[in-house]
Design a protein around this ligand. Structure first.
Ligand code: ZN
Length: 462
C-alpha cells in the first residue's frame, strides 16, 4: 500500500470535481473542431488542437505522420526513482459524418448541453472518452506535480475509416509505444447503466464458395436427373460442415480454441441474462440457454455463418431450371488462439475432400481474435478503478462477440489490452444527436485518475 498516493488520489478527485466546468469547456472546444476522416475535413486541424490541449495540460505531445492522418502521441514519465509501470491510452479523434443536419436538435459541430448531456458529433465517439484520460493526467500533474505511473497516449485520426495506418505504425514503433497495459475507452456502457470491462474480441474471416456445374442453366424436365445441380451440390457441401447440434465438423476446426478458465467461466454467471427479453429484442423465437451456454457461445466459441446463398431463381414467376452455378458467402468468427491462415487451410482441405469443383476465395482483410486474461494483476487494477470511478461494480466481459483490431496491442505490441467504455449506452454514436452524459464523462476522468494510482500499487514488472 502507498498511503501517500491514497491521500493524493483523494485530492486529485476533489480537484476533478472542482474543475467540472473547465473540463466541459475543453470537450466543447474539441468537438467544435470537426474531424471527418472519410471526407478529410478538419482532421489535421483537430490533431493540432488535441496536441495543444495536451501540451497545455503538461503532457509532452506531438503529431507523428503516417501514410494517412497524423497520430497524436503524448507521454509523461513518472518522476519516481524506481521504474514504474507504463500505461498506454489509445483513442481516436476522427469522427463519422454528421448525416442529415435536420435530424439534429442542435448543430453537430456546435456542442450544446441539454438535460445533463453534451450533444455533438464526436462527444461520445470518441472525443469525450479520450479526453477523459488527458484531463485525469492533467489533474494529477496539477495536484501532485507528478504521476504515480508512466503514461503514453496514442490517438489516431483514421478509426472511422478502418485504421489503415495503425497496425503498420505500431509494428514500426514498438519501443516508443512499449507499455504494460493498453487501455481503450470507446463504445457504450451496458444498457443497464452499469460500467463494462471487456478483455477480448472475436476475430473475423470472410470467404466465398463458388460452384459452376455448367455453362448455362438447363430445362429441369428435359435434363432433370441426368446432369449435376449446382444448388444441391452447394447445400450438400455446406451440410457437411455443421452437425445437428450446431458443432462445426471441419477437421481440426477447434484445435486451437482455448478453454476458458474457471475464473472466466465464473464471470459469466454474474452477467445479466433474461432470455425472454433477449428473444423479444432480437425478434427471434428463442435464444440459447442457460446463461452460461449463451455467453460461452458468444465469447469462447467460434462460429461458421452463412451470410448469403445464391443460386437459381426465386424471383417472380416459375422458372423450371437446373441451376448452373451457386455461391455461398461465409464468415468465421474466430476465438483465441485460432489463426485465420491455419483455419482457411483446414476449410480448403474440407472443401477439396467433399467437392473438388468448388472454388474458395477469400474476401477482405481478416481480423485476428484477441484476449487478455481477466486474472492478471493489471486486469484486477482496472476493474477496481472502474468500480471506484463510476461508484458501481462493473460487468466483466472476458470477451465480446464482435470484432475490433485489438490484436494490434496484444499481438503486435505484445501488451495486455483492456476496453472500458466511458460513454452512456444511448450515446447515439454514428447517429444524429450523438451525446455523452456529463456524469459519465466525469466518472471517466475519475476512473482514469484512479487507475493511475491502482497501477502504482503493482510491481513495476506487471
Ligand atoms: Zn465510431
Amino acid at each position: 500500500m502507498h498511503p501517500e498516493s491514497a491521500v493524493s488520489l483523494a485530492r486529485v478527485r476533489q480537484h476533478i470535481d472542482a474543475r467540472r466546468s473547465a473540463h466541459l469547456a475543453a470537450l466543447q472546444r474539441l468537438v467544435a473542431q470537426k474531424s471527418i476522416s472519410s471526407r478529410n475535413e478538419g482532421v489535421v486541424e483537430c490533431a493540432q488542437l488535441l496536441r495543444d490541449l495536451m501540451a497545455a495540460g503538461g503532457i509532452e505531445a506531438e503529431l507523428l505522420p503516417t501514410a494517412g492522418q497524423p497520430l497524436v502521441f503524448g507521454q509523461v514519465r513518472a518522476g519516481a526513482d524506481q521504474p514504474r509501470p507504463t500505461v498506454l491510452f489509445y483513442g481516436h479523434y476522427d469522427v463519422q459524418p454528421p448525416g442529415p443536419p435536420e435530424k439534429w436538435t442542435s448543430p453537430p459541430f456546435e456542442p450544446t448541453v441539454r438535460n445533463g448531456r453534451l450533444y455533438g458529433r464526436g462527444t461520445g465517439d470518441n472525443k469525450g472518452q479520450l479526453l477523459a484520460h488527458v484531463l485525469a493526467v492533467q489533474a494529477w500533474l496539477e495536484v501532485a506535480g507528478d504521476l504515480p505511473v508512466n503514461v503514453k497516449f496514442l490517438f489516431e485520426g483514421e478509426e472511422e475509416i478502418g485504421s489503415p495506418s495503425l497496425a503498420p505504425f505500431v509494428a514500426a514503433h514498438r519501443e516508443l509505444l512499449a507499455a504494460d497495459l493498453v487501455l481503450t475507452a470507446d463504445g457504450p456502457m451496458h444498457e443497464s447503466g452499469a460500467p463494462l470491462v471487456v478483455f477480448g474480441v472475436r476475430g473475423v474471416m470472410n470467404f466465398d464458395l463458388h460452384l459452376q456445374t455448367s455453362i448455362t442453366d438447363h430445362h429441369s424436365g428435359n435434363r432433370g436427373g441426368v446432369i449435376a445441380d449446382a444448388a444441391w451440390e452447394m447445400v450438400q457441401l455446406l451440410g457437411t460442415m455443421l452437425d445437428a447440434d450446431g458443432r462445426i465438423t471441419i477437421d481440426g476446426f477447434y484445435d486451437d480454441v482455448i478453454t476458458p478458465s474457471e475464473f472466466e467461466t465464473g464471470l459469466l454467471t454474474r452477467l445479466p441474462f433474461d432470455p425472454d427479453q433477449l428473444a423479444r429484442v432480437y425478434g427471434v423465437a428463442a435464444v440459447r440457454q442457460p446463461a452460461t451456454a449463451f455467453y460461452q457461445h458468444l465469447m469462447f466459441q467460434p462460429t461458421l455463418t452463412i451470410n448469403g446463398l445464391s443460386s437459381g431463381h426465386v424471383g417472380e414467376g416459375t422458372r423450371n431450371i437446373i441451376p448452373s452455378s451457386a455461391t455461398a458467402r461465409l464468415e468465421v468468427r474466430l476465438v483465441a488462439n485460432q489463426d485465420p491462415e491455419d483455419l482457411i487451410d483446414k476449410i480448403q482441405a474440407h472443401v477439396d475432400r467433399f467437392n473438388r469443383d468448388v472454388r474458395l476465395t477469400r474476401r477482405e482483410e481478416d481480423m485476428h481474435p484477441s484476449r487478455t486474461s481477466a486474472e492478471l494483476p493489471v486486469s484486477q487494477a482496472v476493474i477496481a478503478a472502474v468500480a471506484k470511478g463510476f461508484g458501481r461494480e462493473p460487468l466483466i466481459y472476458p470477451c465480446m462477440g464482435g470484432s475490433l483490431p485489438d490484436q494490434v496491442w496484444t499481438r503486435v505490441l505484445g501488451a495486455p489490452s483492456i476496453l472500458v467504455p466511458y460513454a452512456n449506452a444511448d450515446e447515439a454514436n454514428h447517429a444524429p444527436d450523438e451525446n455523452i452524459r456529463l456524469d459519465c464523462f466525469h466518472a471517466g476522468i475519475c476512473t482514469t485518475a484512479t487507475l493511475l494510482e491502482q497501477l502504482q500499487r503493482l510491481d513495476s514488472t506487471l
